[in-house]
Design a protein around this ligand. Structure first.
Ligand code: F58
Length: 821
């Protein structure tokens, strides 16, 4: 594929630079034995190109005083960076040759890299895809986040149970980041607020903080694909504002000399601290404030460098996107800064915030909507709490009461404060009130945000609630992870599809072309062979690449219903035991999922899948027709290996619960056929690929509402469906856990006496039926190949470039670098 931008280095030059770095940066001459040193030297070589482009990007935006988007997210799941950066700089083949010349396979060098796993799941990965698109599309953007010392835990299985160990992603440094001491910030915490009367009768508030924390920025360059831009992801690390007490240390008091430092450094120590205790809650809250305050100060500093003290253009030059409610305190921090430090009148400061902030909602689950106690707010951020109350007063009196005069119930419902035994701050309400736009992440989700989550807000602010359907970057999720398929697509599509994904639609005309089908499916088969090797290495289970590879990869959560697939596996196993000739194409179920460390049932589901896997995989009676593997430590890097090899994509959440999903897009893009409910972005995927190329089953959002209105009773399904009853009863026996009956009972309890909160049993029969249809379709090779090809061809809508363009057009109103002259 022709690229517009000239290759920055030849293979010979690249190799020379790698050798120079090995010699002069690492003093490693014996590199043949040391792929880690080679990786480092390759990264440093790439960085030479990257930093030159970063300087040019910064220069350009300084000169043009470009409007910037500032993406605030507590999570970024970047994965590994090298392969992606090489592709984006069009240096992949150059590096491959250079490294081969040094005696290494480039893939082996990649394997030495660590995942940058500073996130939990979809929300964090979305942020990473968005940064890739923003740089690719030449927009002026900064990502802000936390420089966690430990990212998402590593997962191992011990006798089938999840064990968590700390992630040490930068124990020995990270070549992709650079510290920026010139941009350090000091962040106050705790203390009290003094009210000082001015001579004109007004009052001035002064916050006397009790502690100051230093925020140290680390910049990770974000390289655009075939673009002019390198942006940065700025991650804040917390440190003590003054160094340890020298005198105390010298007097022999080593412990206490370090204590302030330890306390400060705890803030950026771990991603998502366990917030079941009060101390954990306080830490998470301080994390949020710490990174918001650092980022707001940094945004103001960058603005002031260009505009001095002239605030008139601030809202024209700065947009701040809140990735969920986690960075909501940034609103209060900007408000506080404008009023307390720049003497803004309250109304002007509030109006400014309303022009700058926009908020993305990622969930309707009530338990995931953040609330912080007023007491905690008051302890950590007393001044911010005052401002919050003032916003609430204005909002309730000037907006709610004017729209619904005399309606106290409405005031109570919409208030930023939830009254009760303990007063709680509703962070989502603060976001909706103070943002100029609020978006959901798929059409059905955004519709539900309007109709079910915030209907009154939608009435109050009719233009505010909107939709931006998520997307994924085709650079990482096709070009880099599936090179063979990429080459095949290159041969058929004459434009650079990685930058214009809708161009893949032209491949649909080859969907019935026998030769193309063969090529497409041969690539899938090769990818399956590679994955089978990986499965053998990580689980010890041998699987056949001729079987259907049925994939469910995502966080483990009841609403995502890994246990629906698990129940169906039990049903298949039963059918096979009853009739070893039961007509089904061999199937391998491949799971990848981490459960939150404190989420009991999620961990029980992992355990149950592993136990059933042990039994099924070793049962000769079923002639290898069914295999189940749970691949440990699911992460971006593993996703990159699984996705190109998937035949079937399981997207089986309870309708109305999965906001969008993005794995669904990645899998379909790589030619997997979805079996799914009408939930999240599945709905839009179905629209794009057409009903013939997807297996939709189960209750819709409205069906679920109707079921609930009639009083949902899981026993209705248990008593009336022999297969459901048998599978659930099976879990109480010791069939899968010899000598330990009842070890898998937790799932059955939750589905029966627990009320089956995610309506799994109501969807079981239809899911089983859809699986029969799927099995039949797979057996028809030409039909399946057609379906797989159409899935790849019709994923144009789901590039994150389109999502970003939607944000730009409807929310941020940015102009790309190239159009600014
Ligand atoms: C996910 N949310 C949604 N949250 O569940 C998924 O449907 C959507 O596609 C994705 O966002 C991107 O919009 C999500 O990943 C989290 O990880 C939370 C982080 C903070 C703790 C609770 C989970």
């Amino acid at each position: 594929m022709a690229t517009a931008i000239k290759k920055p280095l030849t293979a010979a030059q690249f190799k020379k630079k790698v050798l120079q770095h090995l010699n002069f940066t690492s003093s490693q001459t014996d590199y043949q034995q040391d792929p880690t040193a080679v990786l480092r030297a390759v990264c440093l070589t790439v960085n030479e190109v990257v930093y030159e482009k970063l300087t040019e990007t910064n220069q350009y935006h300084k000169e043009h005083k470009s409007r910037s988007i500032n993406y605030l997210s507590l999570e970024y799941l970047m994965g590994r960076m090298l392969s992606n950066n090489l592709h984006n700089l069009d240096l992949f083949d150059v590096a491959q040759k250079a490294v081969a010349n040094l005696g290494f396979e480039i893939e082996d060098i990649f394997e030495e890299g660590h995942d940058l796993a500073l996130g939990n799941g979809g929300l964090g990965r979305l942020a990473a895809c968005f940064l890739d698109s923003l740089a690719t599309m030449d927009f002026n953007a900064v990502g802000y986040g936390i420089h966690y010392e430990h990212g998402l835990f590593k997962q191992q299985f011990h006798q089938g149970r999840q064990i968590e160990t700390p992630d040490e992603w930068r124990e020995y440094g990270n070549p992709w980041e650079v510290c920026r001491p010139e941009a350090v910030q000091n962040i106050p915490l705790f203390g009290h607020v003094e009210t000082i009367a001015n001579t004109d009768g007004s009052v001035k508030k002064v916050w006397h903080s009790g502690q100051t924390i230093k925020g140290v920025p680390w910049d990770v360059p974000i390289v655009g694909y075939n673009s002019k831009t390198v942006n940065v992801l700025r991650l804040w690390e917390s440190r003590a504002s003054s160094h340890f007490d020298w005198e105390q240390f010298n007097s022999g008091d080593y412990q206490d000399a370090h204590s302030a430092q330890n306390h400060a450094e705890t803030i950026s120590k771990v991603l998502y601290p366990n917030d079941e205790t009060d101390a954990g809650k306080e830490l998470r809250f301080i994390q949020q404030y710490f990174f918001c305050a650092c980022s707001v100060k940094d945004i103001i500093k960058r603005y002031s460098q260009q505009h001095g003290n002239d605030w008139s253009q601030f809202a024209d030059k700065v947009a701040i996107q809140l990735n969920d409610t986690h960075p909501t305190i940034a609103i209060l921090e900007l408000m506080r800064t404008l009023i307390d430090e720049y003497d803004f009148a309250w109304l002007d400061a509030f109006a400014m915030c309303r022009k700058v902030f926009a908020y993305t909602n990622h969930t309707l689950l009530p338990e995931a909507l953040e609330k912080w106690s007023v007491d905690l707010f008051n302890k950590v951020l007393p001044r911010h709490l005052e401002l919050l109350f003032s916003i609430n007063e204005y909002f309730l009196n000037e907006e709610v009461s004017k729209m619904w005069p005399g309606n106290d119930q409405m005031r109570r419902r919409l208030s930023l404060i939830e009254e009760g035994e303990t007063q709680m701050v509703r962070m989502a309400h603060l976001c909706v009130v103070t943002s100029f736009k609020v978006n959901g992440v798929a059409q059905i989700h955004s519709d539900l945000v309007k109709s079910d989550l915030f209907p009154e807000f939608d009435q109050l602010y009719p233009e505010k609630l909107t939709n931006v359907t998520n997307g994924v970057t085709p650079r990482r999720w096709l070009k880099a992870c599936n090179p063979e398929l990429s080459k095949l697509l290159d041969s058929k599509v004459k434009v650079d599809w990685a930058k214009d994904l809708s161009s893949l639609s032209s491949v649909a005309k080859f969907a019935d072309d026998e030769k193309f089908q063969q090529k497409f499916m041969a690539i899938k088969h090769n990818n399956k062979i590679k994955l089978a090797e990986e499965i053998l290495a990580s689980t010890g289970v041998e699987v056949s690449p001729d079987a259907i590879f049925d994939v469910q990869i995502k966080r483990l959560h009841e609403y995502k219903r890994q246990h629906l697939s698990f129940m169906h596996i039990l049903a298949l196993y039963r059918r096979l035991l009853a009739d070893p000739d039961y007509d089904m194409h061999p199937r391998v179920y491949i799971f990848g999922a981490k459960a939150a460390p404190g989420y009991y049932l999620a961990k029980e589901i992992i355990y149950a899948i592993n136990k059933v896997a042990d039994k099924v995989n070793n049962d000769d009676r079923i002639k290898g027709k069914l295999k189940v593997v749970f691949m440990p430590n699911y992460r971006v890097t593993l996703a990159e290996k699984i996705i190109p090899a998937a035949d079937v994509s399981e997207q089986i959440s309870t309708a109305g619960k999965e906001a969008s999903g993005t794995g669904n897009m990645k899998l379909a893009l790589n030619g997997a056929v979805t079996i799914g409910t009408l939930d999240g972005a599945n709905v839009e995927i179905a629209e794009e690929v057409g009903d013939d190329n997807i297996f939709i089953f189960g209750n819709t959002v409205d069906d679920i509402k109707a079921l609930e209105a009639n009083g949902y009773n899981p026993y209705d399904y248990y008593n009336n469906d022999e297969e459901i009853k048998a599978c659930l009863d099976w879990l109480h026996t010791d069939y899968f856990t010899p000598g330990k009956p009842g070890e898998l009972s937790a799932i059955a309890h939750s589905l029966l006496d627990g009320g089956d909160p995610y309506r799994l049993l109501a969807d079981f029969a239809d899911y089983a039926k859809a699986n029969i249809a799927l099995d039949k379709a797979y057996k028809d090779k030409a039909r399946w190949a057609r379906m797989a090809i159409i899935n790849t061809a019709k994923m144009g809508k789901f590039t994150s470039d389109r999502s970003i363009q939607d944000y730009v057009d409807n929310i941020w109103k940015l102009t790309p670098m190239s159009s600014q002259g």
